[in-house]
Ligand binder design. Structure first.
Ligand SMILES: [Zn+2]
Ligand SMILES: [Zn+2]
Length: 351
């Protein structure tokens, strides 16, 4: 099966779970959604404040006041997000020194491993949302080149596109209880743009909230019609209508009439929407590594090389995988205007 990019007459493409039809006949109180490693990553990154705290950590922020000065964030909100990110294993507390009881916050291995996902989102933002060449220039130390990282197949190292990837059930395939609709709002979408100019922020702002992420994910799995999104996500009609129309406004989907009486539309990924495939696949890879207990719910097959692969962010110049500690930045803005964090490194030193 292929993703629904500009697909025409589509029957619901096989989704990665095979029990969809069974599920849609279940009692409506039985809200299940497929297990998916993307959802766990989205749960972290779709919270604007959590995302911004992680971003500042990549720019070298460690101490409470360093996060605060870069983000115009209230003490209560910052305290809450630092605590949550610590509980989730993204940050860890470390003492300032032997003589101080105060703590600073460092990225853990799983936190640093979000870096390729950030890179994929940044490149998307640079390509589609920034009229200049992006606020940051990246220098890959392995090859000493200005780099525009891309999402590639771990087997053949070629750039992956939505059309060349198929989805298979993995060892962790199954369903879990769906989140209730009421708990999530899109209220915080505007907050993504706080602080320094950032193509990652722009990308996340365009995508929107958790529901919007999941709607885009379903589009990659083959959903295009209202009923298909609803059957997969168990999402309230008013929320789905709202998110689809927002995603059309932002240029992720285009709306096409497929029936006149009554009038019905389907939602197809635009070229820009289809280009979100790389970032979304990187989110899946992170969730597989850190949240799936060694059993990925889904496997990805690359039609170009025919192999099951892991999406990897590689340097477009030398083809090597990108690691946070091997990247330097050149900023095209004045960092002093945004709290003064001006580390030219993603992660100072190796962790
Ligand atoms: Zn391949
Ligand atoms: Zn390189």
């Amino acid at each position: 099966m292929r993703p629904a990019v500009a697909a025409k007459d589509k029957k619901p493409a096989r989704s990665p779970k095979s029990d969809l039809s069974v599920r849609s006949e279940e009692k409506s109180s039985d809200l299940l959604e497929r297990k998916c490693s993307i959802a766990s990553t989205v749960g972290i990154l779709s919270d604007a404040w959590a995302f911004l705290v992680i971003r500042e950590a990549f720019f070298g922020a460690r101490r409470f006041e360093e996060f605060r000065s870069g983000l115009e964030i209230s003490r209560a909100t910052l305290t809450d997000r630092l605590r949550r990110l610590t509980q989730e294993g993204i940050l860890r507390e470390a003492s300032y020194s032997d003589t101080s009881s105060r703590v600073e916050y460092k990225l853990t291995k799983s936190g640093i491993d979000l870096y390729p996902t950030f890179m994929a989102l940044m490149q998307f933002g640079d390509r589609w949302l920034d009229p200049t060449d992006g606020p940051l220039q990246l220098i890959h130390e392995d090859c000493n080149c200005v780099s525009k990282p891309l999402v590639a197949c771990s087997c053949c190292q070629k750039k992956i596109t939505a059309r060349e990837v198929t989805y298979l059930d993995g060892p962790g395939a199954g369903v879990v209880g769906a989140e209730t609709n009421a708990r999530r709002t899109r209220r915080t979408v505007d907050d993504f743009m706080r602080g320094r100019p950032s193509s990652v922020s722009r990308a996340l702002e365009v995508i929107g909230d958790r529901w919007s992420f999941l709607i885009i994910r379903e589009a990659f799995y083959g959903a295009a019609r209202f009923d298909q999104f609803q059957a997969e996500l168990k999402i309230a009609s008013n929320i789905l209508t709202d998110r689809l129309s927002r995603l059309v406004d932002r240029g992720v989907f285009k709306k096409r009439k497929y029936q006149s009486a009554p009038e019905r539309f389907e939602y197809l990924l635009t070229p820009m929407g289809a280009d979100l495939h790389g970032p979304i696949m990187m989110m899946m890879a992170w969730g597989d590594r850190w949240r799936a207990g060694g059993e990925p719910p889904m496997l990805l097959k690359h039609s170009v090389c025919g192999k099951i692969f892991t999406p990897t962010v590689v340097c477009n110049r030398c083809g090597k995988p990108i690691h946070a500690y091997a990247m330097k930045y050149r900023m095209r803005y004045d960092p002093n205007k945004f709290g003064g964090r001006k580390s030219s490194r993603a992660v100072p030193g190796r962790v």
